[in-house]
Write a protein that binds this ligand. Structure first.
Ligand code: SF4
Ligand code: SF4
Length: 313
């Protein structure tokens, strides 16, 4: 069975009220169960220069194991959650031809005078080489989190390992970017389900699914009326007032956090009283630092949207 485009957009779209969100969650799980009718999908998950936060974000998804247990999707290789280790784990990866490759973390490519510096080796080989090898055997590549999508913290100044985003290493393949520090589990699960059900995923110029990353945090922020009336918070904590002068980077962060919410629809950064640090931004963290100082850069124009469709096949 397939998820129709209308169903996918309805599920993935920004729906605000938490009561609606509760129903929305159960609908996601129902859709995932629908995807169970699509047999035999395999996911390999590689980890490079990252903190495993995106994995933690995903495995805390409500009933993720129950949902995946109903799927004929398997994740035989995932360094954090797989039971195998050492040579046994290496053998699992050697035999895999995954439908989906999810990559977490950036890729160090630095060598010195032609000698590989081995900043990140997996099974004794540079992560960059392993990534290219497994990606060549995979149908769809998803970069999970800002480190994998854009380089993130490992690529921050002075970037001592010359860390790069996955797309710079796999330049011959389309890499679907799901930024975020961490990536929201909804963004990852819905993207994978859309790919499994061969639902076209509309990507923007940075290869992000538009449905999640098409609007800025600022545009949907509940404190926007304060911003428009120039009522700015001056100190923490401030339950009222726009946080722009306290460092909020919501105007340059494109993500649906204000309506999707985090931690099982509990809250999101600005509602919790913290400025958005634009963890999804393509130049995070360098161009949005210091986090608690007013944004000095000129605001970029609206992202140019290429109606590029990406299906599994
Ligand atoms: S708090 Fe941040 S995201 Fe919200 S209106 Fe102000 S600048 Fe925009
Ligand atoms: S509100 Fe900003 S800092 Fe918070 S998760 Fe969303 S993009 Fe990241």
């Amino acid at each position: 069975m397939k998820v129709t485009r209308r169903e996918f957009l309805k599920l993935a779209g920004a729906i605000g009220a938490s009561a609606v969100m509760m129903g929305y969650k159960s609908e996601i799980l129902a859709i995932i169960e629908k995807a169970a009718a699509t047999p035999g999908y395999t996911i390999a998950w590689l980890q490079g220069q990252g903190c495993t936060g995106c994995t933690m974000s995903l495995v805390q998804y409500p009933d993720i194991f129950g949902a995946l247990g109903n799927l004929t999707v398997s994740v035989p290789f995932h360094p954090t959650i797989m039971p195998e280790a050492g040579h046994n784990a290496e053998e699992v990866l050697e035999d895999l031809e995954p439908d989906f490759l999810v990559v977490e973390g950036a890729v160090p490519i630095k060598d010195i005078l032609g000698v590989d510096t081995h900043y990140c080796d997996v099974f004794g080989i540079p992560f960059e080489d392993l990534l290219v090898e497994v990606a060549n055997r995979s149908e769809v590549v998803v970069a999970a989190g800002t480190c994998a999508a854009f380089g993130g913290i490992p690529a921050g100044n002075p970037n001592p390992t010359d860390a790069r985003p996955v797309s710079e290493v796999l330049f011959r393949k389309t890499v679907i970017n799901i930024p975020g520090c961490p990536a929201h589990p909804d963004w990852m699960v819905l993207t994978l389900v859309a790919a499994i059900t061969e639902e076209p995923i509309v990507l923007d110029r940075l290869n992000r699914p538009i449905v999640f990353f098409g609007e800025s945090v600022h545009e949907k922020c509940e404190r926007l009326p304060f911003c428009k009336s120039e009522k700015f918070a001056k100190t923490f904590p401030s339950p009222e007032g726009c946080l722009f002068k306290l460092g909020c980077k919501g105007p340059v962060a494109y993500a649906d956090c204000p309506t999707r919410l985090w931690n099982n629809e509990t809250n999101w950064c600005v509602r919790a009283g913290a400025p958005c640090i634009a963890c999804v931004y393509e130049d995070f963290p360098d161009k949005v630092s210091p986090f608690y100082e007013k944004l000095m850069m000129v605001l970029p124009p609206e992202p140019h949207v290429e109606r590029h469709r990406h299906g599994k096949r």
